[in-house]
Write a protein that binds this ligand. Structure first.
Ligand code: NAD
Ligand code: ADE
Length: 403
């Protein structure tokens, strides 16, 4: 069965998570706990769910995006005892119904990606007791921090995104590679020789820009943060506002976590044939309302490619404006998700041991977990590094002498 083969392949290449799974199987640190998850339901996520189950937890899983589910994997996971509520192409109503199925299970711990599950726990399931949870992505953490600031966060949440072993690799190299995977699968078009505009020079944007340049694209960056704009320039990219950049663009890729990054004023001057692509969490970075308002005709010209005829020009929206690496690609590379999901598994274990002493706020992943994942990853990569001598350690305490 295809889903089984995808799970086996992922498990084989998630060496750190595999080690954690072996430890969980032996020690059952999550015994008796229910874990509710809303993540992109594909093979790597499946291995995280199975790892938590090896640790003794009961699992319910829904998707965090209506278009990112791999249906083969859903069937295979169900046969392995994971309750999954997700389908690729689910409607908005089905998407929310599935999140409700996860919460009706009354989880002790939640693992969220983007914040929709957490939001339901603060709007509709306001009396449900949650021991703690973790959040996978930048947009979800942004929402959590707003809740914390407003004083309404009602259980402890861990910010996995900002762990070093997450954003430095997942957001940068993961999104860099998998966004290109998604664009190539959706279009079968060439990247070399194209002018690619990347909106946002944060962790995702810089990964995309770096890899696009490696593929032979001429990359332009748009930013709102002056420091990031200078970084982009000094990394060798042209920087300009979207209104100018889009006039040169064969492709625009948005990776900001902000809404309306490409809007009506930009679409009016976009180059004929421009591909519009989102790699950010929500499908609001490229304004679909503006596209609909300006279009004289809209048609699907290829799977995941919608043509908007704007009268004198045509532009193409990929994957309905949803994050392209999971809609048309296979998500991040397996070895990258090994790090992100090892952090998630160890954070769930940490919550199970420490929830009684936690407050209702946003916590960083403990440094010892971040470092453990780094050490294990290095081991599984077969890389050795130096360590400080005793003399060097003493030197770190010195302030009198420079030599
Ligand atoms: P980040 O905060 O590191 O970077 C976002 C950047 O966008 C910032 O530098 C910010 O200044 C810039 N920005 C904001 N508004 C802008 C605008 N109007 N025009 C141009 N630039 C603007 O965040 P990140 O970690 O790079 O994440 C970006 C988005 O991608 C989030 O929604 C996150 O959840 C999502 N994400 C997606 C994937 C994926 O698999 N596709 C993986 C990780 C994160
Ligand atoms: N696969 C599963 N979850 C993912 C995520 N958040 N980003 C990219 N690929 C993924």
């Amino acid at each position: 069965m295809e889903g089984d083969r995808k799970l086996n392949w992922a498990e084989e290449h998630m060496a750190v998570l595999k080690k954690i799974g072996e430890d969980f199987s032996a020690n059952k640190p999550l015994k008796g706990l229910k874990i509710g998850m809303a993540l992109h339901v594909e093979a790597k996520t499946g291995i995280l769910a199975l790892t938590l189950k090896y640790g003794g937890a009961e699992i319910r899983l829904a998707s965090c995006n209506p278009l990112s589910t791999d249906d083969d994997v859903v069937s295979a996971l169900e046969l392995r005892g994971i309750d999954v509520y997700a389908r690729k192409g689910e409607s908005r109503d089905e998407y929310y119904e599935n999140l409700h199925r996860v919460l009706e299970f009354e989880p002790d711990i939640i693992i969220d990606d983007g914040g929709d599950l957490t939001t339901l726990l603060h709007t509709q399931y306001t009396h449900m007791d949650i021991k703690g949870g973790s959040e996978e992505t930048t947009t979800g953490v942004m929402r959590l921090k707003i809740m914390e600031k407003k004083g309404i966060l009602r259980f402890p949440m861990f910010d996995v995104n900002d762990a070093k072993m997450k954003h430095l690799f997942d957001n940068r190299y993961g999104t860099g590679q998998s966004t290109i995977d998604g664009i190539m699968s959706a279009t079968n078009l060439c990247i070399a020789g194209k002018t690619v505009v990347v909106a946002g020079y944060g962790w995702c944007g810089r990964g995309i820009a770096m890899r696009m340049r490696g593929m032979g694209a001429d990359v332009i960056i748009t930013e709102i943060d002056p420091v990031k704009a200078i970084e982009a320039r000094m990394d060798g990219f042209r920087v300009m506002p979207m209104i100018k950049a889009i006039q040169h663009a064969d492709m625009v890729i948005s990776a900001t976590g902000m809404k309306d990054v490409v809007r009506e004023e930009h679409l009016k001057v976009a180059k004929n044939g421009c591909l519009l692509i989102n790699a950010g969490h929500f499908d609001n970075e490229i304004s679909k309302t503006a596209l609909q308002n300006l279009a004289v005709e809209i048609k699907e010209v290829r799977k995941f490619v919608t043509e908007y005829n704007l009268g004198n020009r045509k532009v193409y929206l990929l994957g309905d404006g949803r994050l392209i690496n999971l809609v048309a690609g296979q998500g991040h590379p397996v070895e990258i998700m090994d790090m992100s999901f090892s952090l998630q598994a160890l954070t769930a274990e940490y919550i199970s041991k420490n929830y009684e002493n936690l407050e209702n706020r946003v916590y960083n992943v403990p440094e010892c977990i971040d470092n453990l994942v780094a050490v294990l990853k290095l081991q599984t990569m077969g890389i050795e590094i130096d360590s400080l001598t005793e003399e060097q350690k003493k030197y770190l305490e010195e302030w009198k002498e420079g030599t």
